[in-house]
Design a protein around this ligand. Structure first.
Ligand code: NAD
Ligand code: AKB
Length: 310
């Protein structure tokens, strides 16, 4: 029987991942863990523990004691927040990963999921249909930490046989939990404003295309990758994964078809430079070929889900 720990469980991805894993593997077998002292209401259908991913002794003793088979490590600072606190972003994003990789190397964990991001790419990367293997010169501290993390994951797999699996998520769109300080957050905020009948001020220019994905697709991809037979997981750095690519103007027009009075203005801030350094679209043919990935939400379907559920 699986026993799963989701560390960094109270954020945008963790909230939905924990709920889906609990449906699949049983609530009592999926422990949510986060810095937050109290379990949020929406995760109260199963076990919760306050755990600091940087507290090496606590994380080690808890994982060794509880004998987890799978660990999903989600604690991190995202792109926009990381630029404001680069030293701490590097510390959190790297040290938490080493604690978990070392536990797996010592045989205390069977399988790790660690998310990477389209932020591993940089201004010198081909922007359209960015290939799996290409120039990678990230210009943000977040992207540098994700690229280094990918290299270490592959190293631990090759040298020590650690079964670590990873996806380069695009920007994720969801309604159950707010995003945590990224450059793609505008594509969630815009739905909140539209639904509230308010004007939206976008922090990116109208023609800035970025890769995106609805959360249900991202959660399904994550679990499909984790459940894939080991021999099908041929990439141990991180898989490119794609579903949508759109600009602020395109998402606005999709919403306006449903809410004709919705209005927008564009006031780019420091996040514009981050977005400009990232791909506009992603080639994810390895994920499709290796473990059968296929998205099911396009932009119109995503918009319907967001507006119906917010
Ligand atoms: P988030 O900011 O919404 O959530 C992160 C969670 O980690 C929060 O609940 C926070 O309290 C917790 N946390 C922070 N420091 C911690 C610590 N020291 N110990 C324990 N918990 C801690 O982030 P998210 O959007 O859910 O992202 C999760 C992972 O996925 C991150 O690694 C992120 O880089 C990656 N990712 C996210 C996206 C996206 O669009 N959401 C895209 C690409 C990659
Ligand atoms: C961010 O914008 O920082 C994240 C990501 C794409 O990694 N959503």
């Amino acid at each position: 029987m699986k026993k799963i720990l989701v560390l960094g469980s109270c954020g945008q991805i963790g909230t939905e991942l924990v709920l889906t894993l609990r449906e699949k593997f049983g609530s009592e077998n999926v422990v949510a863990a986060d810095l937050k002292d109290a379990c949020p209401e929406n995760l109260s259908n199963g076990p919760y523990i306050q755990l600091d991913a940087l507290n090496k002794e606590s994380v080690r003793s808890y994982i060794i004691d509880q004998k987890f088979s799978d660990v999903y490590l989600l604690a991190a600072l995202l792109s926009a927040t990381a630029e404001k606190n680069p030293d701490f972003a590097w510390k959190l994003n790297m040290e938490s990963l080493f604690i978990i990789l070392d536990l797996a190397k010592e045989g205390h964990i069977s399988k790790i999921f660690w998310p990477s991001s389209i932020a591993v790419f940089g201004p010198t990367t081909p922007r359209i249909k960015t290939p799996q293997y290409t120039v990678m010169e990230p210009s943000t501290v977040y992207g540098i930490s994700k690229q280094a993390g990918e290299r270490w994951c592959e190293y631990y797999f090759n040298k020590f046989g650690v079964d670590v699996r990873s996806i380069r998520y695009p920007g994720l769109i969801s309604y159950k939990s707010l995003p945590g300080g990224g450059t793609t957050d505008y594509a969630v905020d815009i739905y909140y404003k539209a639904k509230a009948g308010e004007h939206f001020t976008c922090f990116l220019k109208e023609d800035t295309a970025l890769p995106m994905m609805f959360m249900d697709d991202a959660i399904r991809a994550t679990i499909e990758l984790m459940e894939a037979p080991k021999e099908q997981v041929k990439i141990r750095s991180s898989y490119n994964l794609s579903a949508l690519s759109f600009t602020p103007k395109q998402i606005f027009e999709t919403i306006k078809k449903i809410i004709p009075s919705f209005s927008i203005e564009y006031q780019p801030d420091f996040r514009q430079a981050i977005a400009d350094s990232w791909p506009a679209s992603i080639d994810d043919s390895y994920a499709r070929e290796n473990w059968g990935w296929k998205e099911s939400y396009d932009l119109d379907k995503t918009t319907m889900e967001m507006l119906n559920n917010l």
